[in-house]
Design a protein around this ligand. Structure first.
Ligand SMILES: [Zn+2]
Ligand SMILES: [Zn+2]
Length: 331
């Protein structure tokens, strides 16, 4: 570990999902309190590994996302924490800052708000902005001739909520920004079914996606897989995914689709062939639509899936006249 490492953590703090996760009917229940205590031990290990290591923690709450802790802005809060002879002071500041912010946010939640979709995308975007600020310091803070410190930045997402298909496009955009910033995204799925979008996020940024078989042994997983920075992880055998779900959500209904139709101009994805692309307004020739409709497979679920979809007149015409046309090169 010869260079400093930056870790941004996004914690999914959906009260409903954490309640489900702590139920004793689960084979290995993990209450939020126990999760946080193991997480704080992991944070302390990260900042103890190297003096220059930095940490930022973002909470994704229902309908909003908040910066809970940041090691660069902590100097001002240092005075408000009482000294404790038995605790190393930086650990104490980190633990109490994070726990106090989470408690305040959860207590302030109204009953209706608690059911709102989780602000995961907001938290990921904020952590990317934070990393961008760290890696590209503004001209006022850098002295002449001073090089930006190589940070090896990464984002670790703790997820308990299922995918929201409406957030497909913003999550993909975050992944592209992360690739551009050379940020690794790691995902730790603690509860619930696998997340299609987060699997892709980890795969596309060279991170690892871990679905915990034993959530109660969280600290073990964290120390073995997520404590070493990406540079060192190439030498270790960090678990990777055997299979990745590469499905996308359509831009028209935000539904995860098995077969999609892609606009040849802007690469927007649709669940049905469309005469006009809703993103870039490109018009497609009617022959192409006929051909696409004729070549579509007809699974049993197709009738129910498409009956609820309002079709534009052009598509209805195309379907009505839809005799299988030869592939005569009409593109
Ligand atoms: Zn659709
Ligand atoms: Zn388009």
């Amino acid at each position: 570990m010869d260079k400093a490492s930056h870790l941004s953590v996004v914690i999914d703090l959906s009260p409903t999902q954490w309640h489900l996760c702590s139920q004793s009917s689960n084979p290995h229940p993990l209450p939020l309190q126990l999760f946080l205590s193991q997480l704080l031990a992991f944070f302390n290990s990260h900042i103890a590994c190297k003096d220059e290591n930095s940490l930022a923690v973002f909470g994704a709450f229902p309908g909003k996302s908040i910066l809970l802790y940041s090691s660069t802005t902590i100097a001002a809060e240092e005075h408000s924490v009482n000294a404790d002879a038995n605790t190393y002071r930086p650990f104490k500041i980190l633990d109490s800052t994070i726990m106090d912010s989470i408690r305040d946010q959860l207590e302030a939640l109204e009953l209706l708000e608690a059911e709102a979709p989780i602000g995961l995308v907001g938290a990921i975007t904020k952590s990317l902005c934070y990393i961008n600020r760290l890696t590209i310091p503004s001209s006022s803070t850098t002295r002449a001739g001073e090089q930006a410190v190589p940070l090896d930045p990464r984002i670790l997402i703790f997820s308990v909520s299922p995918d929201q298909s409406s957030s497909y496009i913003p999550i993909m955009n975050s992944i592209f920004s992360a690739q551009k910033l050379k940020v690794t995204i790691d995902v730790c799925k603690i509860y619930g079914s696998d997340s299609v979008f987060l699997q892709q996020a980890a795969h596309l940024t060279g991170g690892s996606y871990l679905h915990l078989d034993r959530p109660d042994a969280l600290l073990q997983y964290l120390t073995m897989s997520f404590l070493p920075p990406p540079g060192i992880r190439q030498l270790l055998s960090v678990p990777t995914q055997d299979k990745i779900d590469f499905r996308a959500a359509c831009f028209c209904h935000k539904r995860i689709v098995d077969i999609g139709f892609v606009c040849s101009v802007c690469l927007s994805i649709f669940c049905n062939p469309v005469p006009v692309c809703s993103t870039c307004r490109t018009k497609f020739p009617i022959k192409t639509l006929q051909r696409l409709n004729a070549s579509r497979p007809l699974p049993m679920s197709n009738a129910t899936a498409t009956s609820s979809v309002p079709r534009s007149p052009a598509v209805q015409d195309a379907l009505r006249n839809g005799t299988p046309t030869q592939n005569n090169g009409s593109k």
